[in-house]
Every structure is written in structure tokens, then in C-alpha cells.
Design a binder for this molecule. Structure first.
Ligand code: PLP
Length: 440
């Protein structure tokens, strides 16, 4: 069980000195869990279609090279959205035919590189299509080319992550006046456009809404192909966005549920006429990551107990700034890394180290009363948390360690990213050029 593996890993992180008084934060990644999620994703789609499917992991969810490599070895590719993400995917050995480039703001240089490499590119808008068309004239490319459309089906519970609203910045807004006809004409004028792309949003968007968006895009592909008189659109990229359950260890909804729902609601998508691309991020990684932090001090304020820990806004930025949308489960361990039991649960705040009042991982959370030296674990933080360091107060990036558990209960760790040192913080902050501003 994932929670048993996690308990073993916390204990081992203390025993093997990954988490110490001087390295008071560490992030753990459950390699077996990641592999299981990748396998579940592939099986879910293989169960409903014989069409070729590229599962391109959304690199933004965990931009760490060994993670991309692990997923590639598990049969996935990479969805990238910046020069940095493309470089990470390449460093991980993900080949061009397993890579998809999707950013809304690609420069000419980025486009030229992607086309030279033969990476699939989804254009965001008509101006970008014109650029791609010009490059296409200059040099032939193996890149499959598509266009992102926004079906404008509405948002989910988290506005900032809803990409298919009426006024979203992404893709071509299909329901705007004349937009759909313009898209169809655009395809007829550009026979090299062979893909359609949509991504209706991430956490907070219900499955039914994701399916509605994909149905719209499927219907558009059918319309384009009917107008073209042949199967010009041969691949549909359905994006990612499967929500994650942050409330318990249960993994729900599952990829299998989503694939079955899609197969029931949009059967033509899976009948073999279209190749498919998916772009899942959070749902592949979130539940397999854990941030561990030592409790430095405890106190009470306004008679509420507060545990001051070393994990706050630097590793859990979304939770700290938007706690209502992004609540995290917290587990308590003692100084040896054993689950903290005994004593009644007491409502307490779990605070981070940053110097602003809102730097709290949890407020009034019932937990065994924490003491200095205890360890708190922020669960489900494998995507968009510890890999997304926020450099407030010059707090160091914690080390990230993958782990596997052996049958005898022992735990082996591999360093994915070493902890950032204070010297590195100084160097990145212009430490090598202290005098440059002393200008006349
Ligand atoms: C962020 C993003 C994804 C991944 O979303 P998840 O919610 O992490 O699955 C996929 N595609 C695009 C275009 C994105 O911007």
C-alpha cells in the first residue's frame, strides 16, 4: 500500500540522514507509485481503443529530468511548453516523436528548433500559424502540426486553472462569431495541419466537462475532414487535467473511469480513425510525492497551538496563497520518523518558515500535539509542489529523493535533485558581482 511505503520511507529518511537538523526539509517520490500510475494510464486507454496513443506527460507538473526519464521508460512521452521544458525532456532522452510543444507564447526561435527536431507543435492562434507556415515554406519538417482550440464550455471550481472559459487566453475561441468557420477554412488552406488540440483545464474541472470539451473538438475534426473530403485531421490531442483527490489516499477518479466515460460519450474518437495524444500531469505524480519537514519550535498564539516547521510557501506555494482551493493533508511523525500516535488530536496550525503571517500549511488542523523535532509530512505533493520552488526569503530548494522499498522492508533512495546550498543561493543572487550597481 502506498501509505505503508510512505511510512517506511519517512523512517528511512531519518535513519539515512536525508532529513536532519541542518537539512530540515526533504521531498520524497515513490517510484513504484509513479510506475503504477503510468501503467494504469496506458492500460486505461488500451482497454478502450486500438488506435495509437501517445501519453505525453505534462512536464510542468514535475520538471525534473530523472522523473521524465522514469516516465519515458514507463512508456510515456513529454508535453513541453517552454525552451527549458524542452531541454529537460531532451536531457531525459525523450525523443522528438514522443514530444509535443504547446506553449501559448512560442518565439520564432523556439518554433524553428521544434520544427528542425521534428517535434509535434500545437499552434495557439492564427498569428502563430502564419509564422509556422512561413517556416514550413523555408524548410520541410517532420513535425506533426496542429491547432489548439478552446471549446468555451466553461470553467471548474478553480478559476485560475480553467482553460476553456469564454475568455480564456488559450487557443482559438471556437464559439466566437465566425471563429469555427475560420478554423475550418484555415485547415483547408493549410493541408499540413493534421492535428487538433484542446486542454480544458486542470484540478477542479469535473470529468463531464472535460468530456464535453473533447466531444466538441472531435466534432470539429469530423467537420474539417468532411469539408476536406479526406482524413486531413488524423490525430486529436485531448490534453490532461484529470483531477486528483487530495482528501484521502484513494486515487479517484481513475484513468479507467475517464477512458470508459470518453468511450461511451465520444465513441468515434476511439474507433481507430484518429491517433490520440494525452497530456496528463498532476494525476500521474501528485499522490506519489511527500514533503517532509522538521518542527523547529512549538508555541501558542491566541491560545491556539502552532508548530513552526521548515515547509511553507517555498514548497507549497499554491496552498499557502490559496488555501481554500489547495488544502493539503498533513501527517505527523515523531523525531525517529515513526507515525505519531497517542494523545487526543488537538487543533493546531502548521506554519512554514517564511516571514509573512499567511505562511501556513494548515490551519486549525486536528493532529497529535506536535513537539520540536517531530516531522510533518505534506502529502500528495508530487506535482506542482516541491518541484516548483518559490524563492521567498531565499529559502533553499530542498533535496528530492526517489525511493523504492524492498521485500525485507528496507528502503533505497536515489537523489533526484540535491538540496540547494547557501553558496548556490548567493551565486544565483549575483554574489559574484557585488559591485555592479555602484555606478556613477
Ligand atoms: C498544464 C497542462 C497540462 C497538464 O494538466 P494536469 O492538470 O497537470 O493534468 C496538459 N496540457 C496543457 C496544455 C497544459 O497547459
Amino acid at each position: 500500500m502506498a501509505s505503508d511505503r510512505r511510512d517506511q520511507a519517512v523512517r528511512a529518511a531519518v535513519d539515512q540522514a536525508l532529513l536532519t537538523g541542518t537539512e530540515p526539509v526533504a521531498a520524497l517520490l515513490d517510484v513504484a507509485g509513479v510506475r503504477a500510475s503510468a501503467a494504469a494510464l496506458r492500460a486505461a486507454f488500451a482497454d478502450v481503443t486500438d488506435a495509437p496513443v501517445l501519453h505525453a506527460f505534462a512536464v510542468k507538473a514535475s520538471p525534473l529530468v530523472p522523473v521524465l526519464r522514469l516516465l519515458y521508460e514507463a512508456g510515456l512521452g513529454a508535453e513541453v511548453a517552454s525552451p527549458g521544458e524542452l531541454a529537460l525532456a531532451r536531457a531525459a532522452g525523450v525523443p522528438p516523436e514522443r514530444t509535443v510543444l504547446d506553449s501559448p507564447a512560442k518565439t520564432p526561435a523556439e518554433l524553428r528548433e521544434a520544427l528542425a527536431l521534428g517535434i509535434a507543435v500545437n499552434a495557439d492562434n492564427h498569428q502563430e500559424l502564419d509564422r509556422i507556415g512561413a517556416l514550413f515554406q523555408q524548410a520541410p519538417t517532420a513535425s506533426p502540426l496542429g491547432l489548439r482550440v478552446n471549446p468555451q464550455i466553461g470553467g471548474g471550481t478553480i478559476e485560475a486553472l480553467s482553460t476553456a472559459t469564454a475568455t480564456s487566453k488559450f487557443g482559438i475561441a471556437l464559439r466566437d462569431e465566425g471563429a469555427r468557420a475560420h478554423v475550418v477554412r484555415t485547415y483547408l488552406d493549410r493541408p499540413w495541419l493534421t492535428r487538433l488540440h484542446t486542454h480544458s483545464g486542470s484540478q477542479g474541472v469535473p470529468l463531464s466537462l472535460l468530456v464535453t470539451g473533447i466531444r466538441e473538438v472531435y466534432e470539429l475534426a469530423e467537420e474539417i475532414n468532411a469539408a476536406a473530403g479526406h482524413r486531413q485531421v488524423d490525430t486529436i490531442d485531448i490534453g490532461g487535467g484529470l483531477p486528483v483527490n487530495f482528501a484521502s489516499d484513494e486515487e479517484t477518479p481513475t484513468y479507467a473511469e475517464y477512458a470508459r466515460l470518453l468511450a461511451a460519450e465520444v465513441p468515434g474518437l476511439f474507433d481507430g480513425r484518429y491517433g490520440l495524444v494525452t497530456e496528463f500531469g498532476r494525476s500521474l505524480l501528485a499522490k506519489h510525492g511527500t514533503v517532509l519537514a522538521r518542527v523547529e519550535y512549538t508555541k501558542t498564539s491566541g491560545s491556539r497551538p502552532i508548530a513552526v516547521t521548515h515547509a511553507g510557501v517555498q514548497v507549497a506555494t499554491r496552498t499557502v496563497y490559496d488555501p481554500v482551493s489547495w488544502p493539503l493533508r498533513i501527517a505527523a511523525y515523531d523525531a525517529k520518523g515513526l507515525p505519531k500516535t497517542g494523545g487526543p488530536a488537538v487543533d493546531q496550525d502548521v506554519a512554514g518558515p517564511a516571514c509573512f503571517a499567511g505562511d501556513l500549511l494548515a490551519v486549525k488542523r486536528p493532529l497529535p500535539l506536535l513537539e520540536p523535532g517531530d516531522i510533518v509530512a505534506a502529502l500528495d505533493t508530487g506535482a506542482y509542489y516541491f518541484a516548483h520552488h518559490y524563492a521567498y526569503n531565499s529559502l533553499a530548494r530542498p533535496g528530492v529523493y526517489g525511493f523504492v522499498t524492498d521485500d525485507d522492508g528496507s528502503v533505497r533512495f536515489a537523489t533526484v535533485r540535491p538540496p540547494q546550498t547557501v553558496d548556490e543561493i548567493v551565486a544565483e543572487a549575483g554574489g559574484g558581482r557585488p559591485d555592479v550597481l555602484l555606478m556613477e
